[in-house]
Design a protein around this ligand. Structure first.
Ligand code: NAD
Length: 312
């Protein structure tokens, strides 16, 4: 196994932007792009290679599934994206069929860790676990890593604080039923409720809801304006990959199979988890308020219904 080889299956908007961000990060020494359209993958590979004199050395090339052999990580971004107005769950049938085809082709070559990005990401992470028969630690959904970043950015700009000092999670589905864990938000170590008491702005409950709605509807807004989301998800993927390749034990809200978590079992959804070279090493049991537990359970039920509707 090559510790620093990353294969990307699906060289569309997300796959290509992730490849670009990964190349700049210098984390990977070999990046291989695999796509249904070798022509598109070839175009991206040429373009990326033309920039190699500006970054740390890496080998970037077009491959096929056999190139998943000895990859430390395979990132799957293949499949249809949302059209304006479409929900992530609308994509389920089309992308499940694609996954039934590609997951066996990937795991035949026994790469170590799979990161699932295609939507609906929680359902496809669950499907990948079943199709691959990999242990749950080695199948990671990008989940709400992106939504959590949006939450930190939007809350930070609302409060006038660097998003890196805003500690906040979005959990549950990466989609319409996702949950903001307001009870655990802290700004620079100060609990959010206390922070608000001493802040001169005196925001209303409605403003708080508005921040969350902007997080939840961010993808719809971006897709309406430019057809796809690609930059922030590209960076979110680099963050997950970094945590694995550098064995960081970072806490990230990735999608994982949960069992007996606030009475939720046998569904993939996002909760804070520790990610290191082995994948997901453990999930954190965060203290949720009763209303947050109810929302998380409702989110799990939405996902379960979809999972039960697909044949895997
Ligand atoms: P895109 O249409 O630009 O790219 C998809 C790529 O997949 C295309 O290049 C296509 O040729 C390829 N593909 C399709 N079927 C394939 C197959 N059977 N084998 C190999 N390649 C195949 O779409 P995009 O904007 O890059 O989005 C990709 C996926 O990522 C979508 O499902 C989208 O909803 C999802 N997404 C997820 C997140 C997240 O946070 N999880 C964020 C953004 C997008």
């Amino acid at each position: 196994m090559d510790e620093r080889k990353v294969a990307i299956v699906g060289a569309g908007q997300v796959g290509a932007t992730f490849a670009f961000a990964l190349m700049i990060s210098g984390l990977a020494t070999r990046i291989v792009l695999i796509d249904l359209s070798p022509e598109r993958a070839e175009g991206h590979v040429m373009d990326l290679n033309h920039g190699l004199s500006f970054v740390k050395p890496s080998t970037i090339y077009v491959g096929d599934y056999s190139d998943c052999k000895d990859a430390n990580i395979v990132v799957v971004t293949a499949g249809a994206g949302q059209k304006p107005g479409e929900t992530r769950l609308d994509l389920v049938r089309r992308n499940t069929d694609i996954f039934k085809d590609i997951v066996p082709k990937i795991v035949r070559y026994e790469p170590r860790i799979l990161i699932i990005v295609s939507n609906p990401v929680d359902v496809l992470t669950y499907a990948t676990l079943r199709l691959s028969e990999y242990p749950m630690s080695r199948v990671i959904g990008s989940g709400t890593v992106l939504d959590t970043a949006r939450f930190r950015y939007l809350l930070g700009s609302h409060c006038g604080v660097d998003p890196r000092n805003v500690h906040a999670y979005i959990v549950g589905e990466h989609g319409d039923s996702e949950v903001a864990v307001w009870s655990q938000v802290n700004i620079g170590g100060v609990a959010f409720r206390r922070y608000c008491q001493v802040c001169e702005r005196e925001c209303s409950e409605g403003e708080r809801e508005e921040v969350f709605n902007k997080v939840k509807n961010a993808a719809y807004e971006v897709i309406k304006k430019k057809g796809a989301t690609n930059f922030a998800i590209g960076l979110a993927l680099v963050r997950i990959v970094e945590s694995i390749l550098r064995d960081e034990n970072s806490v990230l809200t990735v999608s994982t199979l949960v069992n007996d978590y606030y009475d939720i079992s046998d569904v993939c959804l996002s909760i804070p988890a520790i990610v290191n070279r082995n994948g997901i090493s453990k999930t954190l049991s965060i203290g949720l308020e009763e209303s947050e537990v109810e929302k998380l359970q409702a989110s799990a039920n939405v996902l379960k219904e979809v999972i039960n509707s697909i044949e895997i």
